[in-house]
Write a protein that binds this ligand. Structure first.
Ligand SMILES: Nc1nc2c(ncn2[C@@H]2O[C@H](COP(=O)(O)OP(=O)(O)OP(=O)(O)O)[C@@H](O)[C@H]2O)c(=O)[nH]1
Ligand SMILES: [K+]
Ligand SMILES: [Mg+2]
Length: 493
């Protein structure tokens, strides 16, 4: 009896019930156009020192031999210098380093070859044409190498996403976050959670099958209940952090706001290091919301310039003010700008009362918007004079004109954005709405597990919960989801 029970538990833990996604075997879906050997330029377009062209598929070895002299394959995974020539005309094309990666020990899991050629456009197009003339070879589609790697179980879906993010990473924080995902951190976590559920499921199923025999260990179901509770806590914590992970991946919304002429547009131009917004001495210059992506102290941000907030103006500026307020509501971080030499004006006081004080600048409440108060035009203050505003909340002095105070502002921005986005090296792991959706689905299913008294339904709920975790790493992903993810890649990756 016990032997039967443990066989069942062990079987459920590894066996046919275990979702394919819990292992590193790909989607199981056929590779689109598999059988064909594909080739592409994998390095960037344009004139460069070295360009890398690669192939993947069964004819890779034949292609390598057809283009090179001597025609033997180089030793696996070591670079060799070869003369490349066109297989039909014999025309020499370049002297290049070539590499041979026999499958399955390659990026895609298939036989692969790489040609590191001189990066001139004529060399690259000559070698691509030569490869196109080899029977069985065709140009690769966007993301096709990675899709093949996924299909052969070389990468899980979260790792594929990490790779796409790494290629698109523009800031240090994005690079760190992408690298963690590519290293499989999110995948490991999901697999560990799925394993817990597999064990829990095995126990519930054993209880259904054997409880009549009265031979089961005491408290089996109680232990499953407590495992489910622990899992719920862990999932909820990660879900709470998901918003930060998404900000880290796609950029935090930083909104520059303040009364007219405070120097908001000057600050936006200074931070983005380009003339994004028109600057002029006329109050009411900026009328619309102007958005620009910037690297702020290593974090990705979408910086919005807005119209100066004031009442009693014409209809166009009034619409600008309405849009500014609307954008302020969506901000992850408000950069509040005041003219340090004009703090007593009605528009400055009004801005302090309605925007700065409610946000609790320098002392944010949990979940409230964060705000940094900047007093601009410090160059207009008397040198070494007293603090112009001892009664204001914590603030920074800056001069957009001279650049004084910029380092301090960038350091303060780095701290604020680390709060808003999380630490890219240790912080949030969920980076996409897709991850959030499945984690929520898993939690909902665990909720059903707790509600039901029927053991068969409870087992079904656990299976459903585990299915959601599996889909994060890629098991049973639909073609549409795969298409969306692989569309992010360029040709050659
Ligand atoms: N002295 C001094 N002048 C500044 C500084 N920053 C901006 N200005 C000037 O202040 C004026 C207004 O600057 P803008 O950047 O257009 O101000 P704004 O807040 O965007 O103005 P609106 O869009 O009209 O609300 C311009 O003449 C700038 O040259 C500064 O640090 N010191
Ligand atoms: K202005
Ligand atoms: Mg402006």
């Amino acid at each position: 009896m016990w032997r039967r029970f443990w066989t069942l538990v062990a079987g459920a833990a590894r066996g046919p019930r275990s979702p394919r996604s819990c292992t590193r075997q790909g989607s199981g879906a056929p590779v689109p156009g598999s059988g064909a050997t594909v080739f592409a330029l994998s390095s960037g377009q344009g004139r460069c020192g070295i360009a890398v062209i690669r192939t993947s598929g069964p004819a890779s070895g034949h292609a390598l031999r057809s283009l090179t002299a001597p025609q033997d394959l180089p030793p696996a995974r070591s670079a060799c210098l070869r003369l490349l020539s066109h297989p039909r005309s014999g025309e020499p094309l370049d002297r290049a380093l070539v590499l041979w990666f026999p499958g399955p020990q390659s990026f895609t899991g298939e036989d692969c070859a790489e040609f590191h050629v001189h990066g001139g456009p004529a060399v690259v197009s000559g070698v691509l044409q030569a490869l196109g003339s080899v029977p069985g070879l065709r140009p690769a589609e966007a993301g096709e190498f990675t899709r093949r790697a996924f299909a052969h179980g070389k990468l899980s879906l979260t790792e594929v996403e990490g790779l796409a993010d790494l290629i698109h990473a523009e800031t240090e924080a994005q690079r760190r976050q992408a690298l963690r995902q590519l290293d499989g951190e999110l995948g490991h976590l999901c697999r560990a959670w799925a394993k817990t559920l597999t064990k829990a499921l095995a126990h519930v199923e054993a209880y259904i099958d054997f409880s009549e025999d009265d031979n089961l260990e005491e408290g089996v179901l109680e232990r499953v209940d407590s495992q489910v509770r622990e899992l719920e806590l862990a999932l909820s914590a990660h879900l709470r952090d998901a918003r930060r992970g998404q900000r880290l991946r796609s950029g935090a919304h930083v909104v520059v706001a303040g009364p007219p002429n405070a120097g908001k547009s000057s600050l936006v131009n200074l931070l983005s290091r380009k003339p994004v917004s028109i600057v002029s001495p006329e109050p009411g210059t900026t009328r619309d919301v102007l958005e620009t992506p910037v690297d702020l102290a290593g974090f990705p941000a979408l910086l919005s310039d807005t119209a100066g907030l004031r009442e009693g103006v014409g209809p166009v500026e009034q619409e600008g003010v309405r849009r500014a307020r609307e954008r302020l509501e969506q901000a992850d971080l408000i950069l509040a700008v005041l003219d340090a030499s004009d703090l007593a004006s009605p528009s400055s006081c009004n801005f302090l009362d309605t925007i700065v004080t409610p946000a609790g600048a320098g002392n944010p409440k949990e979940n409230s918007q964060r705000l940094l108060l900047v007093l601009n035009k410090s160059d207009l203050l008397p040198r070494g004079g007293p603090d112009p505003s001892p009664n204001l909340p914590p603030h920074l002095l800056l001069s957009c004109l001279t650049g004084e105070g910029l380092d301090g502002l960038l350091e303060a921005l780095r701290k604020e954005l680390a709060e808003v986005c999380g630490d890219p090296s240790t912080g949030p792991l969920l980076t996409r709405a897709r991850h959030q959706h499945h984690l929520q689905g898993c939690l909902d299913a665990l909720g059903h597990y707790k509600q039901t008294k029927d053991l068969a339904l409870a087992a079904e709920a656990l299976r459903l919960a585990r299915g959601h975790l599996g889909r994060i790493t890629g098991g049973g992903g639909t073609d549409e989801i795969l298409d969306i993810i692989f569309r992010d890649f360029c040709v050659g990756k």
